[in-house]
Design a protein around this ligand. Structure first.
Ligand code: THU
Length: 129
């Protein structure tokens, strides 16, 4: 089983491959599936800004497209100096996490601090069908 440290390290590595020429905010995310598999991805921006995709969404969609449907842990890291208060997932990504059973979210700051949150704390009263 992957450790939290491995997940965070993989998220940092993934962030280095981000395509973020507009924001210069390179984010990486790694997810751990119920099977113990790890998937990582990064944010990919677009000249039409709203078309940009977040690292968390890309990593979760990557895992799901490989047949994974339960994703208990997500780690997020940013490798750019703009990350002063931690690479917190946006609201849309929190909703995507909710769909696939994310329970724990590990957020890192540029100083290397790791903060663990439950998705219940990050997204109370989750919308589910
Ligand atoms: N971004 C992510 O990839 N994940 C987050 O948790 C928040 C924001 C990306 C989107 C965009 O490419 C850049 O960071 C600045 O918003």
């Amino acid at each position: 089983m992957r450790t939290d440290t491995e997940l965070i390290e993989a998220a940092r590595k993934a962030a280095e491959k981000a395509y973020a020429p507009y924001s210069e905010f390179r984010v990486g995310a790694s997810v751990l599936t119920a099977e113990g598999a790890m998937f990582s991805s990064a944010n990919v921006e677009n000249a039409a800004y709203p078309v940009s995709q977040c690292a968390e969404a890309n990593a979760i969609n990557f895992a799901v497209s490989q047949g994974m449907t339960t994703i208990p842990v997500v780690a997020v890291a940013c490798v750019d100096a703009k990350d002063v208060s931690g690479a917190y997932p946006c609201g849309r990504c929190r909703q995507i996490m909710s769909e696939f059973g994310v329970a724990r979210v590990l957020v890192t700051t540029s100083e290397g601090e790791v903060r663990e949150h439950s998705l219940d704390d990050l997204l109370p009263f989750q919308f589910k069908l």
